[in-house]
Design a protein around this ligand. Structure first.
Ligand code: TEU
Ligand code: CA
Length: 547
């Protein structure tokens, strides 16, 4: 196992997520594109990442920003062409960066050729690629709801049937019980593997084996059968990194998903820690303060339970989540300190870290008026709650805190117009703080958040304890401090962090070891037994030295 993990490249890799429409526009249409990404590879090489996960760039009517694919084997003209993709793969490879594609396999766009055929008649060969139930207008098969609001069933009068959609109306669910559909998907994936992609992120993969008659969405009975077949027919042919998005995962399921025998994926994204600032049993929009003790407990549980028997992914952010510095840090007076603290806590753990574009700059949430939002989820929720009698002020508070567009404002490259993202009109407003928070400024400041992330990546590549050390949570009941150790042989990594904005005393025996080496800290000077607001440190010590 130890031997094996040393040979698996993605175990000491750091992945950078790009949301292509918001990263870099190259032709002035206000939308980021593949050519734009190519011009920024140097920046990413400098940061030190090993792979780029690209949110979907395949042909799509963009009802859900590309998570509604109408052709899995072509690039949307808005992002460029297949040649641009091939060039991106080649140029990235020159810098030892692999390209991870985002596969949306639970549903397609309603504009996909398969669905257009499926709509023609019940006996069309593609009809069974989707999930249908007979019925009458107004009498839905059941009361299941779609993720983006409304019923999960859409009536098609011409067929006298409903189709099932877990997300938007224009995202009909694919029927994984159909072996012909599965084979088409495998052929498509192998075609991309032949093009030289380095891996795949699999959108809502735990929802593919749904059974609407039993109201089962995720973790359906055939889920792992289908995933194992998928993996065998495709991923296992190459040296790929694969990560499944699994909101319904627990550590037991994650052991299957990330089984070291390689039968499923490399790892999954689990979201247990992500729901800790919402009211229990309600929606993400129903805000609550972060339960910090639970956060430590949950992250620690995942570290311990997957040790040696699976593999974790580590993330605070993605294109669906608010900016972590605004969420659990302080994006005002301690923006720099708290962004670095959050990075320290995450990057000291075991697993593959994911950095979401702009996180390495400490980019923040935004507060716009409703006209400036673009996300289908936020807009549908806004209308639904308005009709439901909610106070618009409260609705906006929820969007400010949790809306997906927080992550989707353009990347802040410099302090020129539109943050250097586009010469045209950006598809979504730029965060007005780009004049002070931007890559150009951070590159020239050696104490910037960017340089701190760069250092964390270097450390992971220098000390094996980051990759292979076992995890032990310290001070589990402390309401302010996040502290833990990682141990490998004689080496111990000690991480201590003040999660809040007041200075605090810290007394743990590990801190009194004399010959400990400070690897990184977000303050220039330290007082041994005191942590200042959001202060975080990483030490390397020997388990042999006496306290
Ligand atoms: O997200 C999965 C998902 O369940 C989201 O709806 C999630 O619950 C929500 O964004 C949290 O606010 C994936 C993609 O990451 C997302 O961008 C897509 O919209 C969605 O699938 C549908 O493909
Ligand atoms: Ca463009």
């Amino acid at each position: 196992m130890e031997q094996m993990s040393k040979n698996i490249w993605w175990k000491n890799a750091v992945v950078y997520q790009i949301y292509p429409r918001s990263f870099q526009d190259s032709n002035g249409d206000g939308i980021g594109d593949l050519k734009g990404i190519i011009t920024r590879l140097e920046y990413l090489e400098n940061l030190g990442i090993d792979a780029i996960w690209l949110s979907p760039v395949c042909t799509s009517p963009q009802d859900d920003n590309g998570y509604d694919i109408s052709d899995y084997q072509d690039i949307d003209p808005m992002f460029g062409s297949l040649e641009d993709m091939e060039q991106l793969i080649t140029e990235a490879k020159k810098r030892n960066i692999r390209i991870i594609l985002d596969l949306v396999l639970n549903h397609s766009s309603s504009e996909h050729r398969w669905f257009i055929e499926a709509m023609k008649s019940k006996d069309n060969p593609y009809h069974d690629y989707y999930v249908w139930r007979d019925g009458e207008e107004g009498n839905k098969p059941n009361d299941m709801r779609a993720c983006f609001g409304g019923s999960a069933w859409e009536w098609v009068p011409e067929l006298g049937q409903y189709y099932f959609h877990q997300f938007a109306v224009k995202q009909p669910d694919l029927n994984w019980d159909n072996p012909k559909l599965r084979q088409e998907i495998y052929d498509m994936i192998n075609w991309w593997i032949d093009k030289g992609v380095g891996g795949f992120r699999l959108d809502v993969i735990d929802q593919i084996a749904k059974n609407p008659d039993l109201k089962i969405t995720n973790n359906g009975p055939h889920l792992h059968v289908y995933i194992q077949e998928l993996s065998k027919e495709t991923f296992q042919k190459g040296d790929l990194i694969t990560v499944g998005e699994a909101w319904g995962a627990n550590p037991e399921l994650a052991k299957l998903y990330s089984n070291p025998d390689g039968s499923e994926f490399s790892m999954v994204f689990q979201f247990e820690h992500i729901g800790l600032d919402q009211q229990e049993g309600k929606e993400k929009w129903d805000l609550a303060a972060l339960d910090f003790l639970r956060l430590k407990e949950i992250l620690s549980k995942w570290q311990v339970k997957l040790f040696d028997v699976g593999w974790n992914s580590l993330f605070w952010n993605n294109h669906d989540l608010p900016r972590i510095v605004s969420r659990w840090g302080n994006d005002k007076e301690y923006r720099v300190e708290s962004a670095k603290m959050l990075a320290t806590v995450l990057h000291g753990m075991q697993g593959t870290p994911y950095i979401y574009q702009g996180e390495e700059l400490g980019m923040t949430n935004v507060e716009y008026t409703i006209e400036d939002y673009r996300d289908i989820e936020s807009l549908n929720m806004y209308n639904e709650r308005l009709e439901g009698g909610y106070d618009p002020v409260d609705i906006m508070k929820s969007i400010y805190a949790k809306g997906r567009d927080n992550a989707r404002t353009p990347m802040q490259w410099d302090d020129s117009v539109n943050a250097g993202f586009t010469k045209g009109t950006p598809w979504i407003r730029v965060n007005p703080n780009y004049t002070t928070i931007n890559a150009a400024g951070e590159l020239t400041d050696k104490n910037s958040i960017f340089h701190y992330y760069k250092k964390l990546i270097e450390l992971r590549k220098t000390y094996d304890v980051f990759v292979n050390g076992s995890f032990n949570l310290l001070l589990a009941e402390d309401p302010n401090i996040f502290a833990y150790t990682r141990t490998l042989g004689d080496n111990m990594l000690l991480v201590v962090a003040n999660f809040y904005g007041e200075s605090i005393q810290l007394t743990i025996p590990e801190l009194n070891v004399e010959d400990k080496k400070l690897l990184i800290c977000n303050y220039e000077q330290q007082e041994e037994n005191k942590l200042r607001p959001y202060e975080a440190r990483m030490y390397l010590l020997s388990t042999k030295s006496k306290i």
